[in-house]
Design a protein around this ligand. Structure first.
Ligand code: FES
Length: 112
């Protein structure tokens, strides 16, 4: 395990979600969604609990049209940005996998 910077907090707008990938120590790659709402930052694995696919339909397109939920493009599941809980769709009641992060000197950092 090692600490890795994912991005700078300032890379995201006040309400935003972006996709990033990290290479782990074993050489494998994981996809992440970084969600910013004001000063709050939430990070999840970019993997829908329904089938395991990435959520976005275009790069960095994670929010639904209303901007309230993260949405899976494949079958439309809606997830709360603040905890990744699925409120509607085929995986309702499941959650995106949470990734703990810290903001250190403006960098969003995780340990994986
Ligand atoms: S793959 Fe995400 S809702 Fe079906």
């Amino acid at each position: 395990m090692s600490a890795q910077a994912i991005c700078r907090l300032s890379d995201l707008k006040e309400k935003d979600a972006r996709g990033y990938s990290l290479v782990l120590d074993d050489g494998s790659e994981i996809q992440l969604i970084v969600v910013r709402e004001g000063h709050a930052v939430y990070v999840y694995r970019n993997r829908c609990p329904h089938t395991g696919v990435n959520l976005e339909w275009q790069p960095d397109q994670f929010f639904d049209l209303g901007g309230a939920f993260l949405q899976c493009a494949t079958h439309g599941a809606l997830f709360r940005p603040e905890d990744g809980y699925c409120v509607r769709g085929p995986c309702a009641g499941d959650s995106l996998e949470f990734v703990p992060v810290w903001v250190i000197e403006g960098q969003v950092v995780t340990i994986l």
